[in-house]
Write a protein that binds this ligand. Structure first.
Ligand code: AMP
Length: 288
């Protein structure tokens, strides 16, 4: 039997065209979800579109490599840009109705001067290594939410601190969009799917598989009553022992506020960032 033919997905590049399509859907009373991405899509992103489609009638995937969230020494120029492959992947999944792929000049026209400076869950962890990262993320996500004004926006738990920053921003700014978090999609050995995994050499890829194993064991030890600080200190040493070049952090935090002041109620999350050659990997999981 023939495979069903994938429907071509409409790609729009301007805010004006995006809003025209959204207005048409609104007139039909359709519920709309947005899945913001930087492209180089993989099965993790597709799973977010599935969650979006389960909660809304129309799904928009935005694809924009946001310069404001890269530090000067980071990989903005070499970040993979694969719009045609992204579109093919989304067409095969049949969960996306529109791709919004704006040009840089549309998002940041000459003279652009606005910036959000999130505090709270944005402080520490990622910002210790990348001080302006969440300023860039919050600003672009706020723009995308205002441009599309969706009922729902879906983000991955893979970037757990980012998810909490966006949740808090939506609350603080009274944005009406409901923020949903989707579970992390992983390779068979537990490595979280990431567009940046493509940078890993074969030997780095082997080392990378220990990240999830060590994180999982540390979460288990903590859940079993081990002091989070000493469990994390052991994980730090084990990551270096497994071949990571540096460990930016291994921390158990409150899963909502990301504060390090842990209460006995055990609403905890372990978060990890470690470096392997030129690649920085992050991961996290609940402590139960
Ligand atoms: P990015 O890869 O930075 O373009 O991320 C776009 C969205 O996909 C973010 O909400 C990420 O948290 C999410 N995401 C990235 N990797 C995964 C994964 N392995 N599983 C689920 N969601 C993911």
């Amino acid at each position: 039997m023939d495979e069903p033919k994938a429907e071509p997905i409409l790609v729009v590049q301007t805010v004006k065209a995006l809003r025209a399509q959204i207005s048409a859907w609104r007139r039909q009373g359709l519920k709309i979800a947005l899945v913001p991405t930087m492209g180089a899509l993989h099965a993790g992103h597709v799973s977010l579109t599935e969650l979006a489609k389960a909660n809304a009638e129309r799904v928009i995937v935005s694809i924009f490599v946001n310069p404001a969230q890269f530090a000067p020494q980071e990989d903005f120029d070499r970040y993979p840009r694969t719009l045609e492959a992204d579109r093919t992947l989304l067409e095969a999944a049949a969960t996306t109705d529109l791709i919004f792929a704006p040009a840089r000049g549309d998002m940041y026209p000459e003279g652009f001067a606005a910036k959000l400076l999130p505090g709270g869950p944005a402080l520490g962890l990622e910002t210790d290594a990348r001080p302006h990262f969440f300023d860039g993320v919050a600003t672009i996500v706020a723009k995308l939410l205002i441009q599309s004004w969706p009922d729902i926006a879906v983000f991955g738990e893979k970037d757990y601190q980012q998810l909490q920053v966006i949740r808090q921003m939506a609350r603080d700014l009274n944005l009406p969009t409901r923020i949903l978090g989707g579970p992390t999609k992983r390779e068979l050995d537990g490595l979280a799917l990431s567009s940046r995994n493509a940078y890993l050499t074969a030997s780095e890829r082997k080392v990378a598989s220990s990240l999830n194993r060590i994180m999982r064991r540390t979460a288990q030890d903590t859940a079993n009553g081990q002091d989070p600080k000493s469990a994390c200190a052991r994980a730090h040493a084990d990551l270096l022992g497994a071949g990571f070049d540096a460990v930016d952090y291994v921390e158990v935090r409150d899963s909502e506020t990301l504060s390090g002041a842990l209460e006995e109620k055990r609403n905890w999350r372990i978060l990890v960032a470690a470096r392997l050659g030129a690649t920085r990997l992050i991961d996290n999981m609940g402590v139960r």
